[in-house]
Design a protein around this ligand. Structure first.
Ligand SMILES: C[S@@+](CC[C@H](N)C(=O)[O-])C[C@H]1O[C@@H](n2cnc3c(N)ncnc32)[C@H](O)[C@@H]1O
Length: 260
């Protein structure tokens, strides 16, 4: 696994380079779309042939944020994220507005399918329509709680081609992550024990992004080669180190991945 000194957007170039090497124009799924900013960037950089964008755009979907009646002191209340979502998270109108932004953004595009549903209901619909192994790239960024991320990974691996790539957002253990009750890093750790995937690259940033691919696949080798060909600095570590990764903040506030 390469711990790379770059933001997630640079990794999109790396993924695009790997697909070019393999002669594939990717079909992608994004789980968790919000306004569609990231989906637009992914489509542009990867030059996708088809994109399925899945988001519940629902206040209900955020109710799983914490299982406890009394919020533990290390978890921020949902009101802390109202700015990002553009309104109250208990008000469905906030999500209706965001959905409308995304809908209008991709309106009329035959290469873009929007599914307004929870990820698991959407999974069944995508599988029926496209079949197993139909996608080259899946960006996992919907519900960030442990059970939900693990479930997304376990289901959606079936939709991924043999030489497909999954990428997870907010895959970190950090103060900021704890404040948001993230379970992404723990979920992918469990997934890697259950499935035949390896971690390929982890950004050395807070709210890190992680790329995973199938063990021994051509795309895993192509991603390694694509990273080698860039000027991105990286440190290579054993894949088993992933579970120990945490973000260390310097006194100056710079975030770096540490395994110590
Ligand atoms: C962090 S945002 C996605 C941001 C987007 N990927 C980006 O990078 O700009 C997470 C989104 O996941 C959606 N979401 C949360 N839980 C979900 C679930 N169980 N099924 C579908 N969407 C969900 C929320 O509505 C929200 O828009």
């Amino acid at each position: 696994m390469k711990v790379v000194d770059c933001p997630r957007a640079r990794l999109y170039d790396v993924v695009a380079g790997a697909f070019t090497t393999l002669g594939r124009q990717p079909a992608m799924i994004e789980l968790g779309v919000h306004k569609g900013d990231n989906a637009t960037r992914l489509m542009d950089v990867l030059g996708t042939r088809h994109s399925v964008l899945v988001d519940a755009w629902s206040a209900e979907a955020l109710k799983t944020y914490s299982h406890f009646d009394r919020l533990p002191p290390w978890i921020l209340p949902l009101t802390a994220f109202e700015r990002y979502f553009g309104g109250s998270l208990s008000d469905q109108a906030t999500f209706d507005r965001t959905y409308e932004v995304a809908r209008q953004r991709f309106e009329g595009r035959g290469d873009v399918e929007i599914i307004r549903d929870d990820t698991i209901s959407a999974f069944a619909r995508i599988r029926d329509r496209h079949g197993d192994g139909a996608f080259d790239f899946i960006y996992v960024d919907a519900n960030h709680q442990y059970e939900y991320v693990l479930r997304d990974l376990l289901y959606y691996q079936h939709l991924l081609a043999e030489d497909g790539v999954m990428m997870l957002n907010d895959c970190c253990h950090s103060q900021k992550g704890m404040n948001q009750n993230l379970g992404v890093l723990e979920a992918v750790g469990s997934f890697l024990k259950r499935a035949d995937f390896v971690p390929v690259a982890l950004t050395s940033t807070d709210m890190s992004d992680l790329i995973i691919a199938r063990k021994g696949s051509a795309v895993a080798a192509a991603l390694d080669a694509a990273l080698d060909a860039t000027d991105i600095s990286f440190v290579e570590v054993m894949p088993q180190m992933l579970a120990a990764a945490h973000i260390r903040l310097s006194p100056q506030g710079r975030a770096r991945v540490s395994f110590a």
